[in-house]
Design a protein around this ligand. Structure first.
Ligand code: FAD
Ligand code: SIN
Length: 541
């Protein structure tokens, strides 16, 4: 049976961004927290390296963290966003500590006050990454999920996938606002209206658009696609970050080898055991990710190699096992003892730097719609994200959005009456296999044509294919009942189109976007901002 729920705030996504936001809103607010899977599924849970923040002001400073972020971002970071997020990092970390996140202590600390171990990653000029061994995301997620489950004002809807936002503009109201979302209960198949004064997209990134990725299956860019369809601008989608080191093994799906392994002395090697990064960049293994991933891609293509290697075996066994227990155990389960031998690695799609255009408080182009976390484009990352700045952004921006919502809460008092989702003209699909075929095809051509190295011709090929696929998906969507697979495929196709269109508009190579046709960087750095067509009202047909 279809239902209409009414809340003060609806949050779509339960990663670091969604959980932090839910916990920062006053307890008088009635909140619905939706996750298309269990609460802990998503990129947050898999985060390894840690959270970047200036926590040791003797050896580090806000200026240095800002500078490192700007350098990695290759001219496209928004200084205002960088300053805001960097300066508010400490407070967010202290909040996590107060919540009970078990960060790794510094064993060498001399003062009586508890100190935390800080690690280093590519592009950082100081040790500033606080972590819980190599499973920081799990520690954060477990702690925040526990807190959220205790809150009486938060209703949790696991296995509920948001399909589309509900906007007043579609019902003829001139001042377009977000009124909530339609969501499919994946267990019962019912579609419900979740109506709210404010709606928050905290739905993560879109790296599943690529065949090889460090992300879990749900990283299908749902929030970005929904916001676009609702009339929000989307920017810089061409900047897909490829993480240089994912485990290469036929049975290892999406397993990351943290950049902290390189931060703690790991070396990248060719199949013959030779080191190669020093000849690409003087920062060698600790150059920003775009440079390291491109160097690996270059060497793999030059040698026709299936993978390269990352070696930390020169460090003592006890160091490896205490700093990287998860990586050690996982590699061992595949027969690789990282304390004795190098780890086979390949680059894989990891992070979506672009997203829904937001202000410094998470506000989007649509009234009463906020976006936080990986789905948002705040301007922090520019053309390439600095390692461990993502969780930081989730935390700081969620807190900022919560403050804004508290100051100016949305209200549904003027809202038009919202009809239930109409399924009267669709039937059950008898050909679900088409969905998985389309999904495979899309991820393969995105990897081949819109990957680490691009050309105009490859991008045009990708655009032709995505146009055909979208026509097929549209037909499917119009004629059959929605399923979570179909919803995700539709979104993945939309964000892939946005990635391709942003990539085609960039006539230069900058940060994560590298084109053989334009190998230089333009003097003027400009964002690629896509503007959706005005939304059609229902009465327009
Ligand atoms: P996620 O944590 O991805 O959560 C998205 C949520 O949205 C999920 O709950 C999902 O179920 C829900 N959702 C999505 N679509 C819908 C829908 N349609 N309806 C309902 N719910 C929906 N960053 C760092 O800063 N440091 C690190 O060490 C680090 N390590 C990483 C390691 C790995 C393996 C990966 C993949 C990423 C890593 N990152 C790291 C990046 C960082 O983890 C992510 O960018 C960040 O966790 C994103 O958080 P989020 O809350 O925006 O989204
Ligand atoms: C890692 O541990 O290498 C991931 C860090 C990040 O993506 O920021």
């Amino acid at each position: 049976m279809q239902k209409s729920y009414l809340y003060d705030v609806v949050i779509i996504g339960s990663g670091a961004a969604g959980l932090t936001l839910a916990l920062h809103l006053p307890s008088r607010y009635r909140i619905a927290l939706l996750s298309k899977d269990s609460l802990s599924a998503g990129s947050t849970y898999g985060a390894q390296g840690g959270v970047a923040a200036v926590l040791n002001e003797i050896e580090d400073s806000f200026e240095q963290h800002t500078e490192d972020t700007l350098i990695a971002g290759a001219g496209l970071c928004k200084k205002q966003a960088v300053d805001y997020i960097v300066k508010n990092g400490q407070e967010s970390i202290h909040w996590l500590i107060d919540q009970g996140v078990p960060f790794t202590a510094n064993k060498q600390a001399t003062s009586s006050e508890k100190e935390y171990h800080l690690t280093k990653e590519g592009g950082h000029s100081a040790r500033r990454i606080i972590h819980a061994a190599d499973a920081t995301g799990k520690a954060i997620s477990d702690t925040l999920v526990q807190s959220v489950r205790k809150q009486h004002n938060i209703d949790i809807y696991e296995h509920h996938i948001a399909i589309d936002l509900i906007t007043s503009g579609k019902f003829g109201v001139s001042n377009n606002s977000c009124l909530g979302a339609y969501a499919l209960d994946c267990k019962t198949g019912n579609i419900h209206n979740f109506l709210s004064g404010d709606t928050i997209l905290a739905s993560g990134g879109a790296s599943k658009a690529y065949l090889y990725t460090s992300n879990t299956d749900g990283a299908t860019g749902d929030g970005i696609a929904m916001a676009w369809r609702a009339g929000c601008r989307v920017a810089n989608m061409e900047f897909n970050q490829f993480h240089p080191t994912c485990l290469y093994h036929p049975n290892a799906k999406s397993f990351l080898i943290s950049e902290a392994v390189r931060g703690e002395g790991g070396r990248l090697l060719l199949p013959n055991g030779q080191r190669f990064m020093p000849s690409f960049d003087q920062r060698a293994e600790l150059a920003p990710r775009d440079i390291v991933a491109r160097a690996i891609d270059h060497e793999m293509k030059r040698l026709g190699a299936d993978c390269l290697f990352l070696d930390i075996s020169h460090k003592p066994d006890s160091f490896i096992k205490s700093h990287f227990p998860t990586i050690f155990e996982r590699c061992l389960s595949f027969g690789i003892d990282i304390s004795r031998e190098p780890i086979p690695i390949v680059p894989a799609a990891h992070y979506t730097c672009g997203g829904i255009v937001t202000q410094c408080n998470g506000a989007t182009d649509l009234n009463n719609l906020f976006a936080v976390g990986e789905c948002a484009f705040t301007g922090l990352h520019g053309a390439n994200r600095l390692a461990s700045n993502s969780l930081l952004e989730c935390l700081v921006m969620a807190q900022s959005a919560a403050k804004t919502i508290e100051r100016q809460p949305g209200s549904l008092s003027q809202a038009p009456s919202i009809p239930q989702w109409d399924e009267s003209r669709v039937t059950d699909s008898d050909e679900d296999v088409v969905i998985s075929h389309n999904w495979d095809e899309l991820r393969r051509f995105m990897w081949n044509y819109v990957g680490i190295v691009r050309t105009d011709k490859r991008l045009q090929r990708a655009l032709n294919r995505i146009t055909l696929l979208q026509a097929e998906i549209h037909e499917f969507y119009s004629n059959y009942k929605v399923s979570s697979d179909l919803i995700e495929l539709r979104n993945l196709a939309k964000v892939s189109e946005l990635i391709i269109r942003c990539a085609m508009s960039r006539k230069e190579s900058r940060g994560l976007h590298y084109s053989l046709d334009y190998p230089y960087c333009n003097k003027q750095a400009e964002d690629s901002i896509l503007v959706p067509e005005p939304i059609k009202r229902f009465s327009d047909g």
